[in-house]
Design a protein. Structure first.
Lengths: 113, 109
């Protein structure tokens, strides 16, 4: 089975811009979770989508949003970028109802200048 | 108190030794526990999951769970330099995983 894919892998944006990141889960997985990873804060949960619905949301400002499509692919959007948004953004897919094991994609490295 | 706590390390062990990584969690109702390995510049990779008290072995890895003490550990036998990485403990809480900050493991050859 192909793993989780994320695009783009690297991104450089300017403060104030917006960005959209994409995630394709493992075939058959219907749940996609997004995380932000920084050296200072570690892995922080952003949100989870299942069947096109946001099931859970972490403690991030409204500038961070996401959505999921009928094919389970997911996107996250960050508007009005700030320098502190520079991070590795990871998505993970899982098949809920089972073991809840999550499998991570390679991540998108976002740098805000 | 953080929800999931790990010693940040680094934990240094000689090649061939047993590496012992520990994790405590605060939510008593948690039922699912995971260990991930993350190499520098890479994404986390799931290496072990455990759901019931006791030990679970997979190759050189053994996960141990004690729900009464709210404690999860990972033992790596016959440690190899390739095991050098950050090990993340994760606990399922609601519909999300809560991660510890990770323990850096260094295996010296």
């Amino acid at each position: 089975k192909a793993g989780v894919t994320q695009t783009p892998r690297y991104l450089i944006k300017t403060r104030g811009q917006q960005v959209t990141l994409s995630c394709s889960p493992i075939s058959g997985h219907r749940s996609v979770s997004w995380y932000q990873q920084t050296p200072g804060q570690g892995l922080q949960f952003l949100f989870e989508y299942f069947s096109e619905t946001q099931r859970n949301k972490g403690n991030f400002p409204g500038r961070f949003s996401g959505r999921q499509f009928s094919n389970s692919r997911s996107e996250m959007n960050v508007s009005t970028l700030e320098l502190g948004d520079s991070a590795l953004y990871l998505c993970a897919s899982s098949n809920p109802g089972g073991t809840y094991e999550q499998y991570f994609g390679p991540g998108t490295r976002l740098t805000v200048t | 108190q953080k929800e999931v706590e790990q010693n940040s390390g680094p934990l240094s062990v000689p090649e061939g030794a047993i590496a012992s990584l520990n994790c405590t969690y605060s939510d008593r109702v948690s039922q699912s526990f995971f260990w991930y390995r993350q190499y520098s510049g890479k994404s986390p990779e799931l290496i072990m999951s455990i759901y019931s008290n006791g030990d679970k072995e997979d190759g050189r890895f053994t996960a141990q769970l004690n729900k009464a003490s709210q404690y999860v550990s990972l033992l790596i036998r016959d440690s190899q330099p390739s095991d050098s990485a950050t090990y993340l403990c994760a606990v399922k809480g609601g519909n999300k995983l809560v991660f510890g900050a990770g323990t850096i493991l260094r295996v010296k050859s």
